[in-house]
Design a protein around this ligand. Structure first.
Ligand code: UD1
Length: 424
């Protein structure tokens, strides 16, 4: 069981390159299943994170040859493509659900179990299933398995009850080879959906409107191989901006798309953090942290729920009271209990958390309960007095490539160890 041991109190200084976005890479890898040509799909700017390897193994089990070298991933269809996703993969990663749309489009059938994933509240897939049913998919549930099939997928109008990121992506991927036109209304507008659209169009599909609430898809007979570069990870970038800010450091992040972080930069500025930008970089300069009135998580272009936990860590050190409202996921405050162990002042009621800034955080042994909660605890540990031990860092590895090396490069004192227990 690996953990991070962090000696707090060092300012972060320097610069980092940000790699491709996990939340683009996973649906795009799933969309590679649509390729029925002899050419490969070659993806560039791939981060070496745990979820990459899970998705790589799933594609392998489905009959694809997948080679990861440098930051490039090559996916080549084998002679036979299977339609069943083994249960152990479904349990391991929620994003395995992304295979549903492309497998239905490519083979007309898919068999899988309900997806697992991190413990941030119930994560149903009703919107995925309802949308697929509109496209003509029949869904049966038996002995814990979902079996879905369609003689022919037929383009149609789909109205999402909520702009779910995953449902929007799954439905786009199901519709690209359908007969006729599909329009998805109330679609999610995240940059990763635009990235998926651009990838699919590079494969020869016809998708328009991603980034707005209406996405139009004209079905094509087949999709082929291509080269594609994944957009930079705005959540990783946001996390490292906050890491710099909580230590009072000066850090520049390169290879990012600053406009994807507009809501985040606005909130950081409200919290007293000075930030300067260029076309593809952002620099955090030293500032005096102050509370923000309300931080409400929202679908894009609002403040991302994935940065709520790291931002909460920052606000524990900001003078005054900050109210956090988590409107996207029901149970995404598990990091708060751990921050309290580090002497943060937080009170949680339902989806609201009130943080009163403190002068000093104190190192403690804490538990990374999920990916972004883990990142938040690392940030708090960087700013705390003394030593912190963050357990279950495999959660952090799901979405951050060697976080300890990236932060170490900026001057943080952070080490990955196995099983060292500093509890009294
Ligand atoms: C994606 C991101 C995740 C991010 C989230 C919200 C990936 C791989 N993951 O997750 O990092 O936190 O968007 O920005 O891209 N919902 C339903 N029924 C459904 C689907 C969703 O009720 O069928 C609800 C969820 O329970 C949640 C809300 O909708 O409360 C948002 O979920 P969704 O946008 O689907 O998030 P994911 O695609 O799972």
């Amino acid at each position: 069981m690996e953990q991070f041991v962090v000696e707090g109190g060092n300012r972060l200084d320097g610069s980092l390159l940000v790699k491709g976005a996990k939340n683009s890479m996973l649906p795009i890898m799933a969309a590679s299943v649509l390729n029925s040509s002899e050419e490969s799909v070659v993806l560039h700017n791939i981060p070496n994170i745990y979820d990459l390897h899970v998705m790589k193994n799933i594609l392998g089990a489905l009959g694809f040859e997948v080679v990861y070298r440098g930051d490039t991933l090559q996916v080549t269809p084998g002679a036979e493509i299977h339609h069943t996703i083994p249960d152990e993969f479904m349990k391991e990663m929620r994003s395995s659900i992304f295979l549903m749309g492309p497998l239905l489009a490519r083979l007309g059938k898919v068999k899988l179990t309900y997806p697992g994933g991190c413990s941030i509240g119930p994560r149903p897939i009703d919107l995925h299933l309802k949308g697929l049913a509109s496209l003509g998919v029949q869904v049966r549930e038996e002995n814990g398995y979902i079996e879905a099939s369609a003689e022919k997928l037929l383009g149609t109008d789909i109205h999402l009850d909520y702009p779910s990121v995953g449902a929007t992506e799954n439905l786009i991927m199901a519709a690209v080879l359908a007969h006729g036109k599909t329009i998805i209304h109330n679609a999610a507008k995240e940059p990763e959906i635009v990235d998926l659209q651009n990838f699919l169009n590079t494969m020869g599909c016809q998708v328009r409107g991603a980034g707005t609430e209406k996405i139009r898809i004209a079905g094509v007979p087949a999709a082929g191989g291509c080269h594609y570069r994944i957009i930079p990870d705005r959540i990783v970038a946001g996390t490292y901006l906050m890491a710099a800010a909580i230590t009072g450091g000066q850090v520049t992040l390169h290879n990012i798309i600053p406009t994807h972080l507009d809501a985040v930069v606005a909130k950081l500025k409200e919290a007293g953090v000075e930030i300067q930008g260029t076309e593809d970089s952002l620099t955090v300069l030293n500032g005096r942290l102050q509370a923000v009135e309300t931080l409400r998580t929202l679908p894009y272009p609002g403040f991302p729920t994935d940065l709520q936990a790291p931002m909460s860590a920052l606000l524990t050190k900001a003078r005054g009271d900050s109210l956090i409202v988590e409107s996207v996921f029901e149970a995404r405050f598990q990091h708060m209990q751990e921050l309290i162990k580090m002497k943060a002042q937080v009170s949680v009621k339902g989806r609201n958390a009130l943080i009163t800034g403190v002068e000093r955080l104190v190192g403690a042994q804490v538990n990374a309960t999920d990916l972004r909660a883990g990142a938040a605890l690392v940030l708090a540990a960087l700013a705390a007095e003394g030593t912190s031990v963050i357990q279950h860092v495999w959660h952090i590895d799901r979405g951050y490539e060697c976080m300890e090396k990236a932060l170490g490069q900026l001057g943080a004192r952070i080490q990955r160890t196995s099983g060292l227990d500093l509890s009294p």
